[in-house]
Design a protein around this ligand. Sequence first.
Ligand SMILES: [Zn+2]
Ligand SMILES: [Zn+2]
Length: 353
Amino acid sequence: MSEMMKALVSYAPYDYRYEDYPKPEAGPGEIVLKVKGCGICAGDVKAYHGGIRIWGTSEESRYIEAPCIGGHEFYGEVVELGEGAGDYSIGDLLVSEQIVPCNECEFCKRGIYWMCTRSAVFGFKQYANGGFSQYVKLGKNCINHKVPGEFTAEQAVLIEPIACGMHAVEKAMIQHSDVVVIAGLGAIGTSMVNIAALHLPKLIIGIDILESRLEMGKKYGADAVLNGTKCNVAEEIRKLTGGLGCDVYIEASGSPRSVTQGMDSLKNCGRYVQMGVFAEEVTADWNIIGDGKELNIIGSHLSGLTYESVIHGIKNGAIKTEGLISHKFPLEDWAAGFKEAESRNSMKIMLVP
Ligand SMILES: [Zn+2]
Ligand SMILES: [Zn+2]
C-alpha cells in the first residue's frame, strides 16, 4: 500500500473532492516536490464548471483525463530526486512550466514546445497531476526552473501566470512609438502593463470594469485607464490618439465584448493579441480585419521561453508582484478559494496545502 497524501481530485464538472490520493514517487529522471503553494487559474475555474474545451462533448474529444489532480501554477521543495533527474538537490525550490512537452512532435522539434500536439498541461492528465496537492511529481520531460530562495510564496506562484503574460506582450512586438492597450486587469493583465511599460512605448492604456483594478493598473505603469462600463472605450482611445486609434490591443479579459471593442479601438494595420480565454463563442465583423483596417490578429497560448526572464525580472525588481495575489486559502478550503476566484473583485487566489 503506497503512502497517501491529501489532494483535490477532479472527477467531473462540479464533482471535485478533497481526499486521500497515493503520494507520487520519483522514478528515473523524475522529481517529487512538496507543494508550497498553487495559484487558481481561470482555466481551473472553467474546468470546474465543465468547460467544453476541457471536458469535450464525448469521451474522445475530452482533454481532461479524470480523475486527476488540478493546478498548474505551483511551486515546491524538492523532496525526492530520481536517478538522472538533473542538477538539483533535496531542498531546492522549483517551478515547472505548465506544459509537459512530448519532445517528439513537429512543434517540439521546431522549438515551439508550448504548441506541442501531444502535450499535457499539469492538472488535466493523470501522468501530469497538478499542484492542488501535498506533493507533485515532475516527469522526465518537465521543464523545471529554480526559484530563488528569497522569493516569497506569492512571487513563486506568480511565475507561471506572469510568464504567460510576458509571452503575450512579446507577441505584440511593442515599438517605442506604439500606443498599447491592455484590456482586462486581473493579475496577468496588470503584470502585462508592467512588462509592456519596460518596452517604453508612447502610451499604455489599461481597461477594466472595476475601479480597484484600474488603480492597480496605474500603479503598474498604465499612463491612462478607462472603465468600460463608464465610457465608450474606443472613442476615448481615439481621443487620446489624435483620432487614429491604438497600435496594439492585448485582450486579456476573456469577454467577447472586449474583442469588438479592440477591433474598434485599433488603428489601421494595428496588432490585436488574443490572450484571454472565453467561456462562449465570439461574434465580430471580420470585414474590419481585412476590408477595413488590415489588422494583424495574433494568438497567444501559455508561455514560451519566458520563465527565466520572469524569475530574473522578479529578482531584480523590474517585475512587480505586490497585490497580484489577493487571497490565500488552505487547500482543504478550495471551494471557498474557487468561489473567490470567480468573484471579479479579487485578483489571483492561491491555495496552500
Ligand atoms: Zn494558468
Ligand atoms: Zn510535442
